[in-house]
Design a protein around this ligand. Structure first.
Ligand SMILES: [Zn+2]
Length: 221
């Protein structure tokens, strides 16, 4: 299968569904990443793109694309929809992962809505949670990422420029002296909680944008 993950900024995809994408790669599927902005509102865009490429390499993604939309000013309008449509037409994904639109960050919210508009011919769209997701986020579908969670943490370590963000440093108040972002506290805490809800060790949770359930022949009979 071909998987397309769409994020507003460098690091969003990894935080939301990095373990799931690594699992798809482990199972032999193709994984494509589309980052709509270069994250220029939170640092040097060249540094952020470089970090993003390094992280994509850790996930073994097949290709990383940038949408070149303006950071903090993503709308859910036609420019964003057409940008996403372009990559959907090029990649022809079987499943798309995107932001939940129940998110405090306008770029996350708007890009999630724009993906749902752009993906009208894709029948599986799953919406991931970010650290800015609202309490209204309802975990509906879980992926057991116990096997690939270390890859997710390794991918997140690429985002050194974001080390001061609370979801990266967790409880480590001495983060400035840390060699890598201390991602494990917040990311692992959430994965453990979602895993607890799903009955597995570590999980990522998704809302269902839409999901066509395909029923295969019963080959055991
Ligand atoms: Zn973001």
């Amino acid at each position: 299968m071909k998987i397309l993950a769409v994020g507003a900024h460098p690091d969003d995809i990894e935080l939301g569904c990095g373990g799931t994408l690594a699992l798809f790669k482990n199972k032999g599927h193709e994984v494509y990443l589309l980052v709509l902005t270069s994250g220029e509102a939170s640092g040097d865009p060249r540094v952020r793109e470089k970090e993003c490429a390094e992280s994509a390499g850790t996930l073994c993604a097949d290709k990383l694309f940038f949408g070149n939309l303006p950071d903090t000013m993503i709308t859910d309008g036609i420019e964003t929809i057409m940008t996403i449509e372009h990559f959907i037409n090029e990649i022809k994904p079987d499943i798309i992962f995107a932001h939940s639109y129940k998110d405090c960050h306008q770029d996350h919210r708007n890009s999630g809505m724009a993906v749902l508009s752009a993906a009208r011919n894709v029948n599986k769209v799953l919406l991931y949670e970010s650290p800015a997701a609202l309490k209204d986020f309802i975990p509906q579908l879980f992926v057991d990422v116990t096997l690939t969670f270390d890859i997710k943490l390794e991918a997140l370590k690429a985002f050194g420029s974001q080390v001061s963000k609370v979801y990266f440093r967790g409880n480590n108040i001495d983060y400035k002296r840390a060699k890598f972002p201390q991602v494990s506290n917040a990311a692992e805490g959430l994965a453990r909680y979602r895993g607890f809800q799903a009955g597995v060790n570590l999980a990522e949770a998704f809302e269902v944008g839409k999901f066509l359930l395909e029923i295969e022949d019963n080959i055991s009979q």
